[in-house]
Design a protein around this ligand. Structure first.
Ligand SMILES: Nc1nc2c(c(=O)[nH]1)N[C@H]1C(S)=C(S)[C@@H](COP(=O)(O)O)O[C@H]1N2
Ligand SMILES: [Mo]
Length: 165
């Protein structure tokens, strides 16, 4: 199993995905949160952080030197990275490869099979890259999950490459 996934075919820039670095990518999604009722979309979360930011800058002006929760927040984030399951939406990576104007589909090439989807479907696909804090070294490097949760129990595995046509 390779730990990288090339995007090739009818694209302007053939690129290589390296799921081992996605744990540091802000676009990562905590999958246990995502596949639960109380998932908060990113822009709502940004609004919330902005409001909290204003709150904290006021606190700082009023005398506190740093948000009193900052240390425990960092600790919490680190614990989560080491124990949670994470994924990332496929779409921006296909976008970065710049599909040619006449490209319409992408195909997930796996060890045994090929799965072809219209390009728009990339926004509905999540590449899971860690399970309980561990990279998917056996049957990954990613598991392919649909946002609607329909294949949570039977994700596509052993992804070797993505081909745009
Ligand atoms: N809530 C939630 N359900 C999930 C996932 C997840 O990350 N979060 N991962 C799916 C994937 S990709 C797999 S392989 C299985 C893993 O289940 P197991 O821990 O029982 O092996 O759970 C599926 N259901
Ligand atoms: Mo998985």
């Amino acid at each position: 199993m390779e730990l990288i996934i090339p995007i090739t075919g009818n694209v302007k820039h053939a690129i290589t995905l390296d799921p081992t670095v996605w744990i540091f990518d802000d676009r990562r999604i905590d999958l246990d949160e995502f596949f639960s009722e109380d998932f908060v979309e990113k822009d709502e979360m940004e609004e919330y952080k902005e409001r909290m930011g204003k709150h904290w800058s006021r606190e700082i002006m009023e005398g506190a030197t740093y948000p009193p929760t900052l240390k425990s927040e960092k600790r919490f984030e680190k614990d989560k990275m080491l124990s949670s399951s994470f994924g990332i939406v496929l779409k921006p990576f296909i976008h970065n490869a710049v599909p040619s104007a006449n490209a319409t589909t992408f195909t997930l090439i796996t060890k045994d099979e090929k799965y072809t989807y219209p390009l728009e479907e990339a926004s509905n696909i999540i590449f899971k890259f860690s399970h309980n804090g561990k990279p998917l070294r056996e049957d990954g490097p990613v598991h392919v999950l649909f946002k609607d949760g329909s294949n949570q129990d039977s994700p596509i595995r052993y992804v070797l490459a993505i081909q745009v046509d």
